[in-house]
Design a protein around this ligand. Structure first.
Ligand code: ATP
Ligand code: MG
Length: 585
């Protein structure tokens, strides 16, 4: 056997063992696996979330189980419908299909409230009148242990009465909380009588004015998982210390119940977060970038939101590949930005048709074109749309006397290894002809205005000329791209660089804004594009998301931006062809 055995990450190993043991159903039944993605609708999804989505959705798919989308909408003051909509859209775009309708924690508020009453009745929860600060101080520290609240031993009747009145809106925000009665000396701070409910007199985006108390994350999360029948509740490592509490709450509800009335007890499993260099993966910082206009909205292509990546031309496939590539472990590790860029490059290299676009144009004049008075003559060239895949077809492009080429493809005094144009040098114009430079013209400011060349009629299509009398074939080293002046259309091209210039933004000064890269966006307004790019061609692939993507030869991968109009196209650079940052470092 030469094939390596497929390695299973630790979560797959846990699930495999559960299935074999019949922990969740009949032994061997893989379809019992039930996972969820539980975002709080308080911002747009970012790259880190895609790791969690690909993991939970991917596992449900692998085992033939179920995957749910559930909004953890337990904080009425920060949540908005806009975020619910954007999160759904992002999951759909990623192809992370959830089962049934999206679920909302707020749909379970009645049930959670009833369970809280059960805890009070069992003497496992109490209403505390201390202030938030007093509660915090009372928790103590790891060395000294905590102090019990003076309200800890209230009667069940008094607790029930106060809790009902909290719910009815009789009290001010922050004046009372419901706490679990666990252990004020637990070595795990999360178990020192954690909060279950707090008073928030604010309307909720779905339940309106019904509630004046809202459940805390630790209470709500496990109960939501339980109600939905989640088997494996996957979350990031910072929740490892919360797992005992996750389990305590469910056990507390089940305490004293007969076996057939016990609620479902999911298993929480933690995995490492995704960190990406040169980024700040937190909704809080991203919100600041948007609100203070350091970027142009949540979907600015420089943002590491899913919406930003989508607008930049990234494909859903590249996120699934990245998630697989970084793997699932218990160790937080920094992933380099270039790793993600390589994923999208690999994907687009195979799937994006080619085109020729000149970003910084200068004119090349073919001086021996039309020597016999037919200067306007054009020849139609055939250009393959993909170098390796014939199914992409080919397109016809015109070659004439005047062509746009890149400014950087000509030098007045080129070094020996510059295999492009300079006086006396010859290059191949891709799918055109070979041209040899004999002169150039500058404008009043000393900028190159025109490059004068002759073409070799024996090199049509860019092919080698025939051998000479001695059997020698002339060679050229360089191939450059071009666009026929008479056909070219002006377009806007947006070139993005990293939003931050530091690997860990804010590490030095404490403020991530100090590390913003002032050159993260460069706009070119007069790029010269092939006319065929103005609308979708017959051979052009159709992408699932309707976004048109290309490789502009020698320049990188680009997509059509939604700001485009029928008159003026706008392109975003998704990625350069190679990693230019790796070289710099
Ligand atoms: P942020 O800290 O950016 O505000 P969050 O964790 O508060 O993010 P939630 O909406 O609560 O955002 O997260 C939904 C899910 O996504 C959680 O299960 C969380 O563990 C997971 N998640 C968030 N960030 C990352 C990350 N960087 N890597 C992997 N998973 C993540
Ligand atoms: Mg959160």
């Amino acid at each position: 056997m030469t094939e390596a055995v497929e390695s299973r990450h630790f979560i797959q190993q846990i699930i495999d063992a559960d299935i074999e043991a019949g922990k969740w159903g009949a032994p061997g039944d893989r379809s019992v696996v039930t996972t969820r993605f539980p975002p709080e609708p308080n911002g747009y999804l970012h790259l880190g979330h895609t790791k969690a989505i690909c993991l939970s959705c991917g596992l449900a798919r692998e085992y033939g189980g179920r995957f749910f989308l559930r909004f953890d909408d337990t904080n009425p003051t920060k949540e908005e419908q806009e975020f619910v909509d954007s999160i759904k859209h992002d999951l759909e775009w990623l192809g992370a299909t959830w089962e049934g309708d999206a679920k909302f924690a707020s749909d379970y508020f009645d049930q959670m409230y009833a369970w809280a009453i059960e805890l009070i009745e069992k003497g496992l929860a109490y209403v505390d009148d201390q202030s938030v600060d007093e509660i915090r101080t009372g928790r103590g520290n790891l060395k000294d242990g905590g102090k019990e609240s003076p309200f800890r031993n209230r009667s069940v009747e008094e607790n029930l009465d106060l809790f009902a009145r909290m719910k009815a809106g009789e009290f001010e925000n922050g004046s009372r909380v419901l706490r679990a009665k666990i252990d004020m000396n637990s070595p795990n701070m999360n178990l020192r009588d954690p909060l279950i409910y707090r008073i928030v007199n604010a309307p909720h985006h779905r339940t309106g004015d019904t509630w004046h108390i809202y459940p805390m994350y630790d209470w709500a999360h496990g109960l939501e998982d339980s109600i939905e029948g989640i088997t494996h509740s996957l979350c990031t490592l910072e929740f490892e210390d919360h797992r005992p509490l996750y389990d305590w709450f469910i056990d507390a509800i089940n305490q004293g119940r007969p076996d057939d009335a016990k609620i479902h007890h999911p298993q929480q499993i933690e995995f490492s977060r995704l960190f990406l260099s040169y980024t700040n993966m937190s909704k809080r910082f991203m919100r600041q970038l948007v609100e203070e206009n350091h970027v142009n909205g949540w979907d600015d292509p420089r943002m590491i939101t899913v919406a930003g990546f989508r607008r930049r031309g990234y494909t859903p496939e590249s996120f699934w590949k990245l998630a697989e590539d970084v793997g699932i472990t218990k160790f937080n590790a920094m992933v380099d930005f270039s790793r993600l860029e390589n994923m999208v490059r690999e994907d687009l290299n195979e799937r994006a048709p080619r085109a020729m676009v000149v970003l910084d144009p200068i004119k090349l004049i073919v001086t021996n074109w039309g020597e016999h008075g037919d200067e306007d003559r054009v020849e139609v060239m055939e250009a393959a749309n993909h170098p390796k895949d014939g199914s992409f077809g080919s397109r016809a492009i015109n070659f004439g006397k005047e062509l746009w080429i890149e400014r950087e493809d000509f030098m007045i005094d080129p070094p020996k290894k510059f295999f492009r144009l300079g006086v006396g040098r010859e290059v191949r114009l891709r799918c055109g002809y070979w041209v040899k430079c004999h002169d150039y013209k500058s404008d009043a400011d000393g900028n190159i205005a025109e490059v004068h060349c002759t073409y070799d009629p024996q090199t049509k299509g860019g092919n080698n000329p025939p051998a000479d009398a001695e059997g020698k074939v002339r060679k050229v080293k360089g191939t450059i791209h071009w666009v026929n002046v008479n056909d070219a259309v002006d377009a806007e091209v947006r070139l993005f660089d990293r939003l931050y210039k530091a690997e860990r933004p804010g590490k030095k000064t404490g403020d991530h804004l100090d590390d913003l890269n002032p050159d993260s966006l460069k706009i070119i307004t007069n790029a010269k594009i092939e006319p065929g790019l103005m609308s979708k061609g017959p051979d052009e692939p159709t992408w699932n998301d309707g976004i048109r993507r290309f490789q502009f030869e020698r320049a990188g991968y680009f997509c059509v931006d939604s700001d485009s109009t029928p008159q003026k196209m706008v392109f975003n650079r998704t990625a350069s062809l190679r990693d230019s940052w790796a070289k710099q470092q």
